[in-house]
Design a binder for this molecule. Structure first.
Ligand SMILES: Nc1ncnc2c1ncn2[C@@H]1O[C@H](COP(=O)(O)OP(=O)(O)OP(=O)(O)O)[C@@H](O)[C@H]1O
Ligand SMILES: [Mg+2]
Length: 256
């Protein structure tokens, strides 16, 4: 809601991120040189730099849901990792108010543990007390649908028995149980089925009302349109456009 939009939660000031890749090919990188290296068993050497984010600046405010769109490799995930504090920017500055949580990365899921244990651990990791975990447990299990999936209680089964979409649902449900200052969701919705997508979009709208800022990375323009009123379009590591969803998505769809 526009009237709730308030104080800045994330300020990115001319952010750059360059990955340094060790052991990359120092040659021109042609398929033949890679093949000849393979045959002659020579090691690739050198360091290659990938300048993934190139001078990005924006201000995100409380109450905003911001879509992040752009082609594969345009730097969306990298930018979120910088905001989450997982990658220090190689240039520029990021100021955040509160702890930004990147869905799917902050939530460390243990494959050999049951869904139930993962819910408990995930909640504790987000800073809930045991009492709060007990209060939220049923709601998380029910929201994920894993307590009764095709008639089976999957919360009693280890996570390795989950499909990737089922695991993503549980991850989202755990993260969404808490109000976040800044919640970042990287493609998580795309893996859920239609029914779960609708429920999670509704939950994102609620989280936004609870006055956090939500960043949503998606290639699905429908999710972006339904969830965000502002969109940042990244292209080759730079902001190509930043504005109202309809304007930016229309331009993106024309340009792609
Ligand atoms: N760990 C890494 N080491 C080196 N380069 C990386 C690494 N991760 C990403 N890159 C490079 O950084 C650039 C941006 O990648 P990033 O994953 O941020 O893109 P993206 O916009 O999230 O793409 P997608 O839509 O495919 O998820 C790409 O050129 C990619 O090759
Ligand atoms: Mg990505």
């Amino acid at each position: 809601m526009a009237d709730r939009i308030g104080d800045p939660t994330v300020v990115a000031d001319n952010v750059h991120l360059t990955y340094r890749v060790h052991g990359a090919s120092s040659g021109k990188g042609s398929a033949t040189s890679a093949f000849s290296r393979l045959v002659t068993r020579k090691k690739a050497a050198g360091v290659t730099e990938v300048h993934a984010v190139r001078g990005v600046s924006f201000v995100a405010r409380r109450g905003e849901a911001i879509g992040l769109i752009g082609r594969n490799g345009s730097g969306k995930s990298t930018l979120l990792r910088c905001i989450a504090g997982l990658l220090p920017p190689t240039g520029g500055k990021i100021y955040t108010d509160g702890q930004p949580s990147l869905l799917g990365v902050n939530a460390a899921m243990m494959n050999d543990l049951t869904g139930e244990r993962n819910i408990v651990l995930g909640c504790l990791a987000m800073g809930m007390t045991k009492q709060q975990v007990a209060e939220h447990y049923d709601e998380i299990a029910a929201f994920s649908g894993m307590d009764n999936y095709n008639g089976k209680d999957f919360t009693r089964l280890p996570m390795r028995t989950y499909s990737s979409g089922m695991a993503a649902r549980l991850r989202f449900s755990i993260a969404a149980a808490k109000s976040h200052d800044v919640l970042m969701i990287d493609e998580a919705l795309a893996t859920g089925d239609r029914d779960f997508q609708l429920r999670s979009e509704a939950r994102i709208r609620e989280l936004r009302k609870e006055a956090g800022t939500v960043f949503l990375v998606s290639h699905g323009m429908k999710s972006i349109r339904d969830t965000c009123e502002r969109v940042i379009w990244l292209d080759a590591g730079k902001i190509k456009m930043d504005g109202p969803t309809e304007e930016v998505v229309a331009a993106y769809e024309k340009g792609v």
